[in-house]
Design a binder for this molecule. Structure first.
Ligand code: KG4
Ligand code: ZN
Length: 340
């Protein structure tokens, strides 16, 4: 079965074609990052308008790259939430109307389920069950995953998400938007001069807290004003050390407590090289296996939505929805999902 995937929940328009027999055939992405950089963050109204401009050309490109036509598509999977409501509405209305015109079913995908299953798009994917670390701009969660739709929350952030902490700290250091990649780049030239706290490192649970770290960075910034480039790099280095150490320690604790030996990491912060270095070393020591999506599928993309939709479609008795009415779910808890 051939599934078209549509992602438009935030500032990236992603389209992909996933074949349940032959895997990912093609995908195309347009990132609005440059447009929003001017404002220091995503402007929802501009995001929606830009999704409208991109969604049709990207679909045409994807079909052409896969050497397929609209008539070859068996179902359309799209991100129904969570995300920006206007942005979600673009992908949703496009997907439902195209499906109506082709009289094929739609599958309503949860954006985080897309991230969560993205590592399974790679070669030699891990088997269920596994522990998943989901670290994006809006989420920092540890989950036990027993199958598609079978997610047990093990730990969550009590305040800022990991990506949010990267973005806010980058702003304090005067770096552009999005801050995560810029901060990671700057940290490469930094040295261990400062010491920042490791929030909840030794707590008995699997929760995270990153907002205090940002406050500690603010104190350092105020103490060393005006910041020279070396000090900035040293702060970036220590901030990245603190976040990645906490994330790694909690992942290992989750593996220990669940008795599982497979870890998958997804979401934008999963692209962080320092995090990967620490997780690779820690899992190797404990004879566990860690899997990641390729770098381009850590951040938002259509491939993960097409894939999650295809996994659900394969498992569904009903073969997807064919009522073509639509609504979006800007707030949608992953724990509300059920197995197909
Ligand atoms: O998963 P994602 O694309 O969007 C959400 O669904 O939230 O994640 C975006 C987040 C941003 O906060 C960005 O700064 C962060 O991921 N990010 C990184 C890196 N690349 C992206 N953070 C740290 N290091 C990176 N290399
Ligand atoms: Zn995302």
């Amino acid at each position: 079965m051939l599934v078209l995937g549509v992602e438009s929940s935030c500032d990236e328009t992603g389209i992909a074609l996933y074949d349940t027999e032959h895997g990912l055939l093609a995908h195309a992405l347009y990132s609005q990052v440059e447009m929003h950089a001017e404002y220091g963050g995503v402007v929802p109204e501009l995001a929606s308008r830009d999704h409208i401009r991109r969604v049709l050309p990207l679909t045409e490109i994807t079909l052409k790259d896969a050497n397929k036509t609209l008539q070859d598509i068996d179902a359309i999977a799209y991100t129904q939430g969570p995300g920006l409501s206007g942005a979600l509405l673009v992908g949703t209305s496009f997907a439902e109307s195209l499906a109506f015109s082709l009289q094929i079913p739609t599958i309503h995908v949860h954006h985080l389920e897309g991230h969560l299953l993205a590592p399974l798009l790679e070669e030699n994917p891990p088997d269920f069950p596994f522990v998943a670390l989901l670290v994006s701009g809006g989420h920092s969660q540890l989950m036990r995953v027993d199958g598609v739709g079978e997610y047990e929350l093990l730990g969550d952030t009590l305040d800022d998400a990991a990506g949010e902490a990267f973005d806010k700290t980058a702003k304090l250091l005067g770096l552009g938007y999005p801050g995560g990649p810029a901060l990671a780049k700057l940290a490469q030239s930094g040295k261990p001069h400062f010491k920042l706290p490791r929030p909840l490192l030794n707590s008995s649970d699997l929760n995270f807290s990153f907002s205090g770290l940002k406050t500690s960075v603010l104190t350092l910034v105020n103490q060393h004003k005006p910041l020279d480039n070396e000090t900035k790099a040293d702060i970036a280095y220590e901030f990245q050390e603190a976040v990645t150490e906490v994330l790694t320690t909690k992942c290992m604790k989750a593996l220990r407590e669940t008795g599982l030996d497979n870890l998958i990491v997804s979401g934008g912060v999963g692209a962080n090289a320092k995090l990967r270095e620490k997780l690779n070393a820690a899992t190797k020591r404990k004879l566990c296996v860690v899997s990641y999506p390729r770098l381009e599928f850590c951040t938002d993309n259509g491939a993960m939505i097409a894939f999650a939709g295809a996994m659900r479609l394969k498992a569904m008795q009903s073969g997807g929805e064919k009522n073509y009415s639509f609504s979006v779910k800007p707030r949608w808890n992953l724990s509300e999902l059920k197995a197909p």
